[in-house]
Design a protein around this ligand. Sequence first.
Ligand SMILES: [Zn+2]
Length: 157
Amino acid sequence: MSADAPEGCTGNVWSALTGGHPGFDVAPEPGYRFGTDRPIDGPGMGALIGAAFDGCRPCQVRWLDALQSDPLTTTRLVELAAVSVHGTLGGVPDRMTATGPSSLSEPFRALVRAGVDAGDNHRPMFAAAQQLDDAGRRAALNDAVDMLVGYMTMGGL
Ligand SMILES: [Zn+2]
């Protein structure tokens, strides 16, 4: 993973791994595979969260570009967002699963629905992430990281 900061980056940290922002430590979760040949992209997820935490849109876009073709990483990030909301509110609010017009993307809500319906079994969520195209996974990742960072900055994590 190369880490030249993109044009317009607002960060002032130099990290060989993440560019202009400190990355967040994301547990590697080696058992979280669902039959894929590689694990979640923990450093990429950490970089995306770091960019979003710093509010740097150019870097958020750059890490979304890097991760949008990865259904496993998409599943994990949506799950982390749902778990953080669940931990803060004691449940997943209807707005995260409802169909119809919403400020949240349908792909994000579809993955949350698959996760909620299946309890602790994340395979249906992964299967749904595999069904999405890159644009759908990108929308899900973007909503997930915005939500995760929103709860982090509220002190929810
Ligand atoms: Zn940046």
